[in-house]
Design a binder for this molecule. Structure first.
Ligand code: KIV
Ligand code: ZN
Length: 506
């Protein structure tokens, strides 16, 4: 299958999202992840725009060696020289020159006539070409540019040496049918078009960024510019993960491939969200928390019988570990019984029937039923009193120059106190390792969250954890004004539940 070049502009156009600005360190971290993800080109920034951007592009050029590193420049000598200076250290480099060509931009923003724009574009590409073989040109606002003029500009910049011509829908105005047709017309009407790669760059103001990009690919575009999580100016750019998964999932229709390692998509999305502070909406396609969650009873039953009844993508294909069955008032008996089994309970049919009735009653009052709710429900039904471990004392030490250390004392089921100490990656990790030494159980922390449940400096913090002990995932919680203590209590809570379950059920 023919390959579509993935040009990631998360660090340039993505960073232009209001409130998403990134420092040099964060940009390098994201660039390293984009490299692992397999993107072909990283647009690292717009070096003339600020010293920080210049430094970021320079640092990314030095840190990441496989992908092409691209820097943006206006069609101005100073911009082009600065862009080159920033990417000089890169293994493979590209200068991306842009100049607006739509009537509205030329008249009101640039105040220049068509002929002058045409000359400036050619001149800028020629200058960039002196520094770098790989030159991309973007006629900004191409989707609103007069077609005849757009063809002339493209012909001129290719003649001047542009190796890629990018067609931006700068304001997200186009529609899939129209944008696809524009690419087809460019292929027919620009005489030297075969000498350059056609790229597209779609914004999402009408929510059509991905659809427009795919229509362009269907009509012969070979490079697509996109961002992780669809970050970007205003409503953002076309989302990388959506384009890549559309091409992959519907390869029967598009017949195109990419070099993206799709199981890294979720991790990359989380990293970008974490570093930019831009939260991903839960129902976002591919990487949203709900993308693989099933709520309706009929869907849950179908997915449990055969996943492809309601899932067109396997969650692990994009880096989720599993699909989620969200238990709530719409859930049926099948999903309920499966969840109990996953939690390690072995109930008789009669016990399950009775538990299901109680679960339905609870689900009418509570929107989502968590594992802890189910555990409380079953434990209450089986009248089981677990023998437990409790925290007797806890001491932690942390300094910038040494590894965090924790000393833990636990009162065991026999009433005696046992003590252990450990170092760890952080105070919580050290504390968990010390607990594990005493209990002689090792769990894998799958999820950890902390929330303040009261206000003020002495707020009570509640820690919730999900821990995997061999095949069982157990959730626990603990509260304290000290977050390390709350963390220790939450972990002990899961251990006590595990012991109780082993004693009575499995
Ligand atoms: O949206 C746009 O037109 C751009 C260009 C600089 C390519 O981001
Ligand atoms: Zn853009």
């Amino acid at each position: 299958m023919e390959k579509i070049i993935i040009f990631d502009t998360t660090l340039r156009d993505g960073e232009q999202s209001p409130g998403a600005s990134l420092g040099v360190k964060e940009k390098v971290e994201i660039a390293r992840q984009l490299d692992k993800l397999g993107v072909d080109i990283i647009e690292a920034g717009f070096p003339i725009s600020s010293t920080g951007d210049f430094e970021s592009v320079r640092a990314v050029s030095q840190a990441v060696k496989r992908p092409v590193i691209c820097a943006l420049a206006r069609a101005k000598e100073e911009d082009i020289k600065t862009a080159y200076k920033a990417i000089k250290g890169a293994n493979r480099k590209r200068i991306h020159v842009f100049l607006a060509t739509s009537k509205i931009h030329m008249k009101y923003k640039l105040r220049k006539p068509e002929d002058e724009i045409l000359k400036l574009a050619g001149k800028a590409v020629k200058l960039a070409k002196k520094y770098c073989d790989d030159v991309e040109f973007s006629p900004e606002d191409a989707a609103r540019t007069k077609e005849g003029f757009l063809f002339r500009v493209l012909e001129a910049v290719i003649a001047a040496g542009a190796t890629t011509v990018n067609i931006p829908d700068t304001v997200g105005y186009s529609t899939p049918h129209e944008f696809g047709a524009l690419i087809a017309k460019i292929r027919e009407n620009v005489p030297n078009i075969k000498k350059a790669i056609i790229s597209i760059h779609c914004h999402n103001d009408l929510g059509l960024g991905v659809a427009n990009s795919l229509a362009a690919i269907k009509n012969g575009a070979k490079q697509v510019e996109c961002t992780i999580n669809g970050l970007g100016e205003r409503a953002g750019n076309a989302s990388l993960e959506e384009i890549v998964m559309a091409l992959k999932t519907r390869s029967d229709f598009y017949h195109k491939a990419t070099s993206i390692k799709t199981p890294l998509l979720y991790k990359t999305s989380r990293l970008v969200s974490h570093l930019t502070g831009m939260i991903v909406q839960p129902n976002k396609a591919i990487v949203g928390q709900n993308a693989f969650s099933h709520e309706a009873g009929i869907h849950q039953d179908g997915v449990l019988k055969k996943r492809s009844t309601y899932e067109i993508i396997k969650p692990e294909e994009v880096g989720f570990t599993e699909s989620f069955i969200v238990l709530g008032k719409h859930s049926g008996r099948h999903a309920f019984s499966r969840r109990l089994k996953d939690l390690g309970y072995k109930l008789t049919k009669k016990e399950t029937d009775s538990a299901f009735l109680r679960f339905k009653a609870l689900a009418d009052k509570k929107k989502e039923i968590f594992d802890e709710d189910l555990e409380a429900l079953i434990e209450e039904q089986l009248e089981k009193i677990p023998k437990s471990w409790s925290l007797s004392y806890l001491q932690t030490k942390s300094a910038t120059t040494s590894s965090p250390r924790a000393i833990v004392g636990l009162r065991g089921p026999d009433g005696k106190i046992q003590r252990a100490s450990s170092i760890g990656d952080g105070q919580v990790d050290a504390c968990y390792r010390a607990i594990e030494k005493i209990i002689k159980q090792k769990g894998k922390l799958e999820d950890y969250s902390i929330q303040s449940v009261t206000g003020g400096k002495d707020a009570m913090g509640e820690v919730r954890v999900r821990v995997k002990f061999k095949k069982h995932i157990i959730s626990g919680h603990g509260a304290s004004t000290d977050i390390i203590e709350a963390s220790a209590k939450a972990y002990l809570n899961t251990i006590n539940k595990l012991i109780a379950r082993r004693q009575t059920k499995t």
